[in-house]
Structures are given as C-alpha cells and as structure tokens.
Ligand binder design. Structure first.
Ligand SMILES: Cc1cc2nc3c(=O)[nH]c(=O)nc-3n(C[C@H](O)[C@H](O)[C@H](O)COP(=O)(O)O)c2cc1C
Length: 207
C-alpha cells in the first residue's frame, strides 16, 4: 500500500485547463478493417480508430464508421468485417488507407497488402498484419456522425512468431501502434501485469 501511495503522490501537477467536449480519449488502437469480398462488393480496407472491446461473453467489439465511407455500405450490406491489427511496419499503409477511398483506388494494390482467406467470414484478412479478428455485426446503432457496428468475434488469428513455446501470446513483441489526437505512437515497454499491484514478490525472503 505504501508503494502505491508513494507512486501516486509523485503526480503533483494537478492544475488543469477546461477544453470543449471532444474526442480526447487517448491512446486508442488503430486498425485496418477489411470488408467486402462477395460478388457485389470487391474487398476494401478502411482505417479505424473508433474501436473498442464491448463484451467478454460472447466476445464482442464495436467499430464506428461514418455513413459517407465506402466501407460503410459494404459492412452494412454484408454484415461482416475483419479487424486487422497492424504493427509499426504497416504504419504508412494504415495512414494511407485512411486517406483514400476504395471508391477511387484499389488499396490492396496501392499499399502492397495481400489478401488471404479468413476462417469464418467471406471478406479477406490482410496477411501482413500480425493479428486478425473476424467479426459479424449483431447490432447497428446510429449515434450521429458515426454508426456503431456492435459485432461478435467469430474467429481470431495470431502470428505464430508472437507465440512462445508455452503458448503465451507475446504481445510486447508485436510492435503495435496506438493513435491519439492525430498522432501515431509505437507501444513501448511492459510496466506490469494484470494484478501486479496485489501480488507478492517471488523469491524475496524477510530477514
Ligand atoms: C488514423 C485514422 C483513423 C480513422 N478512424 C476512422 C473511424 O474510426 N471511423 C471512420 O468512419 N473513419 C475513420 N477514418 C477515416 C477513414 O479511414 C477514411 O475516410 C477512409 O478513406 C475511408 O475509406 P473508404 O471510403 O474506402 O471506406 C480514420 C482515418 C485515419 C487516418
């Protein structure tokens, strides 16, 4: 407890400025969502930062998409998409796929990204990304500027290079990106594990 109090007390910059209400919540994941891949819709990619986990059982996430996006029509009509979690290596592709529309360009070709078959949904995964989360839309919420697709996770794939001999997902090795207030960040060092504040230190004997 004393350690928690000591570390908390170190933050002595309590003076704040009031800003107008806005989307300052940061950092956020930034992902490339693939969609389409059925006869009516060619496969497309949209960069998304308005994304979040919303339920554990069943596993669900949400993405929020503006109706004017080309991808909106695709997801609305197919009810499927894949969240491809990029690493630092795909940062430029992430940004570019958020700058141009699939109405005008083939983003796969333009960003040098490769399509591969998903496990459960019809749209392709982006092979270069280390993590793929396949989703089926369960509910569509019209929130205002954005429509939220509340979706159930139907399959997950993780690059074998990130899984150690004991089957642990070494997330810290993935070089993942974060996004906030118009900037991209590379996620840094691990500073603790779930529950570390209440765990006893191993191997420390009292004298
Ligand atoms: C970092 C970043 C995050 C973005 N997040 C979202 C988002 O959450 N929702 C959205 O509708 N558009 C978002 N966009 C904008 C779309 O990715 C962009 O308008 C894209 O060109 C739409 O492609 P499409 O017309 O092929 O669907 C984001 C763009 C960038 C660069």
């Amino acid at each position: 407890m004393d350690k928690i109090k000591r570390e908390t007390a170190r933050n002595d910059r309590f003076e704040k400025q009031s800003w107008k209400p806005g989307n300052v919540l940061s950092p956020l994941p930034v992902v490339m969502v693939s969609c389409g891949g059925v006869p009516e819709w060619k496969p497309n990619i949209i960069t998304i930062a308005w994304i979040g986990s919303v339920c554990s059982d069943p596993p669900m996430l949400s993405i929020s998409v503006r109706p004017e996006r080309y991808s909106y029509d695709i997801i609305q009509s197919t009810g499927e998409f894949v969240v491809n979690v990029p690493s630092r290596r795909q940062a430029r592709a992430v940004d570019w796929c958020g700058m141009v529309s699939g109405r005008d360009v083939d983003k796969w070709e333009g960003a040098g990204l490769t399509q591969a078959q998903a496990l459960k949904v019809r749209c392709p995964i982006i092979r270069e990304c280390p993590i793929h989360i396949e989703c089926r839309v369960r509910e569509t919420l019209n929130l205002g500027s954005h429509v939220m697709f509340v979706s159930e996770v139907s399959a997950v794939q993780i690059s074998s290079s990130l899984i150690d001999a004991k089957g642990r997902f070494q997330l810290e090795k993935a070089g993942l990106l974060a996004y906030g207030l118009g900037q991209y960040f590379e996620i840094g060092a691990v500073i603790g594990r779930f529950g570390f504040s209440v765990q006893k230190r191993k191997g420390k004997t009292r004298r």
